[in-house]
Design a protein around this ligand. Structure first.
Ligand code: MN
Length: 473
């Protein structure tokens, strides 16, 4: 981070929020600093940290958009604009159909730039940390919105650490009775679990020392909200005795090979529990990219112990998810293929992955019984989110074809279209796209007019208009 730039932004924010206090009674600028510090700790780029520092200066402070543009440039200004846009989309208190529709709008804004999501998550994290200062209704609404939107959002982005923090901060406000009951029910078990874990850690350390002297072993406690959710699963049915990962050991090593070495060593000393056994999320990662090996064994005193084995890099990924990956991808950018040079499109598969993750989440919510029960919300059901090969997302009506997509992206792309690939496979130009499709348009650069026959199948006004216009000329 450039210190002088940071200092300049800090002075700007201090001035913009001069005389303002937050609901906690602290100077308002403290909130901006907390958000910026979080973004710094996630190792995001300078512009993102600056945007965090300035994110409330226009909406809640005395600054203008023009000031920010002049002092900090286009990139920072754009992040702040988009954060404001998302903040204005109110999800709390809306009915179910509006909720999904608003979520969809939010995803479209966030898809443009990942940093917008990250600023928003850092903002929410700090607001939740000071939630005890809010009262009644506002407190409950904020907490509920956190549980319904921001925690699942963090989860979708693979940011397990942030997801866990947000959930545990919100839990006591959304379900106070259940929270207090669970705390008193589990206190003894957590104590007993950590005593057992101390014992197990020592034995494991001795076991691994000869071959893997650098292996790092930690004990981790299951977070309360996540425990509460697990207790509601039908096979568990509220029975704490069926929870085997209340405390778990976590072994961190350097490589994938070492992960399997650790697994072998553990199973040669302690028997895996039949039926519960091993889950290998290294060979088969979870959809959000989570990788780790989990095994449940009969540990000290015959008690069941869960061990999670992963490399340091997997650990970083599991805690920080997309933020870690984004950071990594940025530094590796530089390798550009010939094809990318030729088409002018630099592929960032990472972006495609996370944007698709968000879109599929929105789709799941829209499809789920809970959210959609008896409501028919046409505008929503009849639209699809489709993607360019580099992960840009477009909102198209049902029945839209690759030609509609091409004209939505750019008139020239539509005019020169001669073929299309959907999810990597060649399809006819009148193919109907569905939610989540990745569309690539094949072009003939010498074409100057679109095909008039396309008018028989296009559904968007943009395509219809552009095609008709080119034949009127
Ligand atoms: Mn804020």
């Amino acid at each position: 981070m450039n210190d002088r730039l940071y200092q300049k932004a800090l002075e700007f924010a201090t001035l913009a929020h001069a005389g303002q206090t937050r609901f906690t009674g602290e100077p308002f600028v403290d909130h901006a600093v907390a958000v910026a510090e979080t973004l710094k700790s996630w190792q995001l780029d300078d512009n993102c940290v600056i945007a965090g520092l300035l994110h409330d200066t226009v909406e809640n402070g005395g600054a203008t958009r023009e000031d920010i543009l002049a002092e900090f440039g286009d990139d920072v200004t754009q992040i702040i604009d988009r954060v404001a846009k998302i903040t204005a989309i109110h999800l709390k208190g809306s009915n179910q159909a509006e909720f999904v529709e608003n979520l969809r709008k939010m995803i479209l804004v966030m898809a443009a730039d990942l940093r917008v999501v990250l600023v928003k998550l850092a903002d929410r994290l700090h607001n939740m940390q000071s939630l005890s200062h809010l009262f009644g209704q506002a407190q409950a609404e904020n907490a509920r919105e956190t549980l319904e939107i921001y925690a699942p959002l963090a989860e979708r982005l693979g940011m397990g650490e942030i997801k866990g923090q947000l959930e545990d901060l919100a839990f006591p406000y959304v379900y106070p009775d259940e929270y207090h009951r669970l705390v008193s029910q589990t206190q003894k078990r957590y104590q007993e679990g950590s005593r057992l874990m101390q014992k197990f850690k020592k034995q494991l350390l001795v076991l691994l020392k000869p071959k893997l002297p650098k292996a790092q072993i930690d004990g981790r406690q299951k977070r309360l909200y996540s425990l509460w959710r697990k207790l509601q699963r039908p096979e568990i049915d509220g029975d704490l005795a069926k929870i085997y990962d209340l405390v778990a050991a976590r072994v961190l090593v350097d490589t994938v090979e070492e992960c399997y070495l650790v697994l072998g060593a553990i199973h040669s000393k302690w028997h895996p529990v039949p039926y519960l056994g091993v889950s290998d999320f290294i060979a088969n990662p979870k959809p959000n990219g989570y990788r780790s090996i989990h095994t449940k064994i009969f540990g000290p005193e015959g008690q069941i112990v869960e061990v999670q084995i992963r490399s340091h890099q997997m650990h970083q990924q599991a805690e920080m998810g997309i933020a870690a990956h984004w950071n990594y991808a940025e530094t590796k950018a530089g390798k550009i293929t010939d094809r990318e040079l030729e088409t002018g499109q630099v592929r960032t598969p990472t972006k495609l992955t996370w944007v698709k993750q968000l879109a599929s989440w929105q789709k799941e919510l829209a499809d789920s019984q809970e959210y959609f029960a008896a409501l028919k919300f046409d505008a929503l059901q009849h639209r699809n989110l489709v993607f360019s090969p580099i992960g840009d997302v477009y909102d198209l009506p049902a029945g839209a074809t690759p030609v509609d997509y091409a004209f939505t992206v750019h008139t020239k792309l539509g005019t020169q279209a001669i073929g299309a690939k959907v999810n990597g496979k060649l399809v006819p130009l009148n193919h109907r796209l569905v939610n989540g499709d990745v569309v690539e348009i094949l072009v003939d650069r010498n074409r100057t007019k679109p095909n008039r026959d396309w008018l028989s199948f296009v559904v968007t006004a943009a395509a219809r208009h552009a095609i008709s216009k080119s034949f009127k000329q």
